[in-house]
Design a protein around this ligand. Structure first.
Ligand SMILES: Cc1cc2nc3c(=O)[nH]c(=O)nc-3n(C[C@H](O)[C@H](O)[C@H](O)COP(=O)(O)OP(=O)(O)OC[C@H]3O[C@@H](n4cnc5c(N)ncnc54)[C@H](O)[C@@H]3O)c2cc1C
Length: 458
């Protein structure tokens, strides 16, 4: 049922930033839509997916209107951890048997090619977003995590995810903090400032003459040869509609039984002092993901703070995406911060925030078309991996609208499992997440007590 929030004073709640820690609402907020407008394509949602689609279309001379309920980057795109990650961290065993080896290989290629696409776009659009192409490390914090980590790595290698095993010595040579005992390194991607990236896409879109309407929630849309989106004070019509609304999509009546919004949280420390920074080592500043069932991610920023994300995620009952704090998650993240980086004891937390990703039953992207004329396109379900993939999705959707099909888009077509209605959906997700949190907590307690923990494999 809906999550209750504590109201008592708490330093973590004091540090809550509803819009996330990376960006503020833009100074040049674009107008609310008033009256009727028309275009060749209407895009709803100004995150990585929506803005990338709009930019790719505009580059081909297509007239695009973007409708955004708040401002560009308000959703997960402005609030994520900034891992420009390829296939590292993808749970291959969720889908490889269901889709078959060849399709699974193409899906892995889709994740990895998303990184190259973003790197290319940063250069082409001149977006400066503190990108550090360090690659990413996935690592265990307890011996009991090794068997599953190796199994994931081996399956990944079979599917084309090129990783290198890192024993403790290799991790220490990289300067990775001592809490991380073994792992694998994926030399693709790195970390960036997602707020600067999405703001850069927004600037590029405005430069390209794309009409963006902010503070313009779409209330409903009609089907037909011309699709019309209704908003509070107007409407936008076009022969094509793209719903790039990710976790919010079920609120528009679409994908209700295919994806669920899941709340993911983050905390950011105060800037590290030079001695705190030195105490960590970590000279390559690689993004680190742990190998918990629900991973922890630890990364340094260009402003010398440390951001810890994920670890404790929350199901949002009935598709509710309220912009509320999640103190339980922030506490869990603060514990992870102190468990993994004991030399930072006492460091202040500058910001805490939460956002929504959309998750399908097989953790794969959900992309397709709908409507009487099949002219309504949608993309959702990239789980916690949308920075690269939802950007590349924009290019693929633009190509599809222009009449050609990207080979990797074909690979993503598969039958997404159907989810049960509420409250069964709530029960299923609560049980699965509860079990994962419990197993991770057993591992964490074993780390703290120096005991052996669960048998290998969890
Ligand atoms: C805390 C956190 C950490 C994460 N870390 C990472 C990471 O390190 N790496 C990674 O790859 N991914 C990460 N993710 C996931 C990633 O951020 C998302 O997958 C990605 O941003 C999704 O982009 P999008 O454009 O599809 O959706 P969004 O960015 O959510 O954009 C959807 C937009 O649609 C708008 N909208 C919705 N409904 C309407 C409506 N009715 N009318 C008008 N506008 C509407 C919303 O306001 C929003 O701006 C993380 C997510 C979170 C929350």
């Amino acid at each position: 049922m809906p999550v209750q929030h504590e109201t008592k004073n708490s330093p973590l709640l004091d540090a809550f930033r509803p819009q996330g820690g990376w960006m503020d609402p833009p100074n040049d907020l674009q107008p609310t839509l008033e009256g009727k407008v028309s275009a060749n394509v209407v895009v709803v949602g100004a995150g990585f997916a929506g803005l990338s689609t709009a930019l790719e279309l505009a580059a081909k001379g297509v007239d695009v209107v973007v409708l955004e309920q708040e401002y560009a980057g308000f959703g997960a795109s402005g609030r994520n951890a900034g891992y420009l990650a390829g296939s590292v961290g993808v749970e291959f065993d969720f889908f490889h048997k269901r889709v078959g080896l060849n399709k699974a290989r193409d899906i892995v290629r889709f994740y990895d090619e998303g990184v190259g696409y973003v790197e290319q776009r940063l250069a082409e659009l001149g977006i400066e977003c503190d990108y550090n192409p360090s690659g990413i490390v996935r690592a265990g914090v307890h011996p009991s995590q090794k068997k599953r980590l190796l199994k994931t790595m081996e399956l990944g290698l079979k599917l084309g995810s090129q990783t290198e095993f890192q024993d403790s010595k290799a991790l220490r040579e990289r300067g990775i903090p001592d809490a991380f005992l073994f792992g694998y390194y994926h030399p693709v991607g790195g970390t960036l400032d997602p707020g600067k990236y999405v703001a850069g896409l927004r600037r590029a879109a405005l430069r390209a003459g794309i009409r963006i309407y902010e503070k313009t929630p779409v209330l409903s849309y009609s089907e037909g040869p011309v699709v019309t989106c209704k908003t509070e004070k107007g409407s936008a019509s076009a022969p094509f509609l793209v719903l790039a609304t990710n976790a919010y999509t079920p609120q528009l009546g679409l994908l209700k039984n295919k994806v669920v919004p899941v709340r993911v949280s983050a905390i950011e420390t105060d800037p590290l002092t030079p001695s705190q920074r030195e105490s960590l080592g970590w000279h390559g500043r690689e993004g680190i993901m742990s190998s918990h069932w629900i991973l922890e991610s630890h990364r340094l920023t260009a402003r010398n703070t440390l951001i810890v994300t994920t670890k404790r995620v929350n199901y949002a009952y009935g598709g509710n995406t309220s912009n509320v704090p999640d103190e339980t998650a922030y506490r869990a993240l603060a514990t992870a911060l102190h468990d993994r980086h004991p030399t930072l004891k006492g460091i202040g937390i500058k910001s805490c925030w939460s956002g929504y990703i959309s998750v399908a039953g097989d953790a794969l992207p959900v992309v397709g078309k709908t409507g009487a004329q099949q002219n309504i396109f949608y993309t959702a379900g990239c789980s916690g991996h949308g920075l690269a993939t939802q950007s590349l999705m924009g290019k693929m959707l633009a190509e599809r609208i222009l009449g050609s099909e990207h080979e990797l888009l074909a690979a993503l077509q598969h039958k997404t499992p159907t989810l049960p209605p509420e409250p069964l959906q709530w029960c299923a997700f609560k049980m699965a997440l509860g079990a994962a949190h419990t197993m991770d907590e057993i591992t964490n307690r074993s780390v703290r007590s120096g005991k052996a923990g669960l048998p290998e494999g969890g």
